[in-house]
Design a binder for this molecule. Structure first.
Ligand code: ZN
Length: 221
């Protein structure tokens, strides 16, 4: 697996180290419902290590020996300034770029671990568990509360959402994250998935659409 480096849409390297990926579970009500989960009162946070990050253009490994590998399409943010106990306004200023990512989840393994009351880190934090697009400068994208995202598999739309439907909006989410984990330049934040998650199958062709006009492609297996 080639080492991941943040890249702009034009292929140039982003001048930032590659850090951790801080994620939120159940940030869209319709997705919480589809997995029979209650809507959380506070954001549910977890972390994928930097080794989870890979380019979306690499084939997505399915780990079929460990049960179903689910896609979760999410708006991704690249942090450009340190955030610790930040206000939503400070958090807003720290977003350097926006992209789109898959929060890959070994769902059967996660369900089993949850049932046993164990941490489910290995179901979400494995090598390659966060395929991610190139980055678009934050200034070029729609406002943070109006970002569209969409996933098609084999030309069929599977997930569709907009950041306006998030339970915790992006600036507030980053502020909350920074009260638990310092966010450093080069860290990535995933902002939750809309409804429609499901298992990937070998040779699936994925098309991810960000803000209606930025297209990225991936393939499984
Ligand atoms: Zn997710």
């Amino acid at each position: 697996m080639p080492e991941y480096q943040h890249r702009w849409l034009n292929g140039k390297a982003v001048d930032l180290p590659v850090g951790k990926v801080v994620c939120v579970g159940r940030n869209y009500a319709a997705h919480a419902k589809e997995l029979n989960n209650p809507i959380p009162e506070k954001p549910i946070l977890f972390i994928k290590p930097s080794t989870a990050l890979v380019s979306l253009s690499e084939p997505i490994p399915l780990h079929e020996d460990q049960g179903g590998c689910h896609y979760e399409t999410e708006i991704a943010l690249l942090i450009g300034k340190p955030l610790q106990n930040a206000s939503p306004g400070q958090a807003n200023q720290a977003i350097k770029a926006t992209g789109i990512a898959l929060d890959l989840t070994l769902r059967d393994l996660q369900t089993q671990l949850k049932k046993e009351s164990h941490p489910w880190e290995v179901a979400k934090g494995f090598d390659g568990a966060c395929p991610i697009s190139e980055w678009i400068p934050a200034s070029e994208l729609d406002p943070l509360d109006e970002i569209d995202l969409q996933l098609s598999i084999n030309d069929e739309i599977r997930q569709q959402g907009n950041s306006r439907d998030m339970i915790t909006a992006i600036p507030q989410l980053l502020a909350y994250m920074s009260s638990h984990f310092t966010l450093k330049p080069g860290d990535v934040v995933l902002t939750g998935t809309p409804a429609g998650v499901g298992a990937l199958k070998k040779d699936d062709q994925l098309k991810l659409l960000l803000s209606g006009c930025y297209r990225f492609f991936g393939s499984a297996g």
